[in-house]
Design a protein around this ligand. Structure first.
Ligand code: HEC
Ligand code: HEC
Ligand code: HEC
Ligand code: HEC
Ligand code: HEC
Length: 172
């Protein structure tokens, strides 16, 4: 009897584990918990008054905001005294000297292909980056600098701001 009870509870645990991993496999991983090649710290830069625009410069020309290249990072950091002491800075130094671009992983889930979004259209209207991306200074883990962009969220603001709410404004 006892043996059977033990066997049964082992079986239950095994089934439990299988169900757990089955469910975990079915749920896509949270997009905001990616591993970055360098643990880039948004808060630290924000504290030092490095502006969003200093690094994400592409919006001036393109629809995207863009991620800075290694050279831009290095232009600020090349003469740091702790460049070779701090682990994350040493990595930056290595990328630069080996002329390899840092392969940043995307944090936000990209919008579906049929949706039109353009940073410039919004930035020229004096909408702050933080209005859509949250406040980095309030976030502990910079990899969580994430918003799930839903249609309702877009439309809510368009409604408030008297912007275009026509389906074809946002869908091709
Ligand atoms: C406009 C100048 C500027 C640019 C561009 C810049 N940084 Fe920084 N960074 C700073 C300042 C200022 C600090 C705070 C002082 C320090 O720790 O050196 C800092 C801090 C850091 C630190 C130390 C953070 C910590 O936890 O103490 C790392 C690592 C770093 N930056 C990496 C990068 C990378 C990677 C890029 C490119 C994506 C970059 N920086 C671009 C100015 C800049
Ligand atoms: C010093 C350079 C630097 C500054 C300043 C900076 N960023 Fe970034 N940002 C990066 C780098 C590098 C990445 C890619 C690594 C990561 O996701 O942490 C990134 C990633 C992001 C992402 C995620 C993009 C994606 O989907 O993968 C958003 C959103 C973002 N930044 C918004 C902002 C906002 C808003 C500000 C101003 C409050 C800001 N950034 C300031 C360098 C910077
Ligand atoms: C009106 C809302 C809004 C504003 C304002 C905004 N963003 Fe974005 N941002 C988005 C959306 C939505 C996406 C996802 C776009 C996609 O997947 O095509 C995004 C994506 C990004 C990305 C990753 C992809 C890319 O475009 O490079 C970065 C980095 C980023 N934003 C930074 C910024 C910065 C920096 C500012 C301020 C200059 C800013 N954003 C202003 C909504 C906004
Ligand atoms: C914080 C407010 C805000 C959010 C959030 C926002 N928008 Fe906008 N959007 C605006 C404003 C304001 C304009 C009007 C700009 C103008 O008049 O040129 C605009 C303009 C646009 C346009 C140009 C429309 C035209 O006239 O052709 C498109 C496309 C667009 N937004 C798509 C989106 C999408 C897609 C999202 C969500 C992923 C989004 N927006 C989220 C405020 C917002
Ligand atoms: C202000 C921008 C905006 C407007 C206006 C808008 N949508 Fe969307 N729509 C989006 C965004 C952003 C998504 C993607 C949301 C997501 O991935 O969760 C979306 C998703 C959808 C989807 C899901 C399929 C897909 O493309 O991923 C449908 C269907 C849809 N919209 C239909 C409509 C219809 C019909 C209208 C007009 C009544 C409309 N939308 C107006 C921004 C908009």
């Amino acid at each position: 009897m006892k043996k059977r009870a033990v066997g049964l509870s082992v079986l239950m645990v095994v089934i439990g584990i299988l169900v757990y991993f089955g469910v975990m496999a079915a749920i896509p991983p949270r997009s905001n918990l990616v591993e970055q090649p360098i643990l880039f710290n948004h808060i630290r830069h924000q504290e030092k008054d490095v502006e969003c625009y200093d690094c994400h410069q592409f919006y001036k020309k393109y629809a995207v905001a863009g991620i800075p290249d290694t050279e831009l990072c290095y232009s600020c950091h090349k003469s740091d005294k702790d460049l070779k002491e701090k682990e994350e800075k040493r990595k930056l130094h290595n990328y630069f000297t080996k002329k390899i671009e840092i392969e940043w992983q995307r944090v936000n889930t990209p919008l579906p292909d049929d949706v039109v979004f353009n940073h410039k259209r919004h930035v020229v209207k004096d909408i702050e980056c933080q209005e859509c991306h949250g406040k980095p200074e309030e976030l502990v883990d910079t990899r969580r600098l994430v918003e799930d962009f839903t249609m309702d969220w877009c439309i809510d603001c368009h409604h408030k701001e008297d912007a275009d709410e026509d389906c074809l404004a946002c869908h091709k």
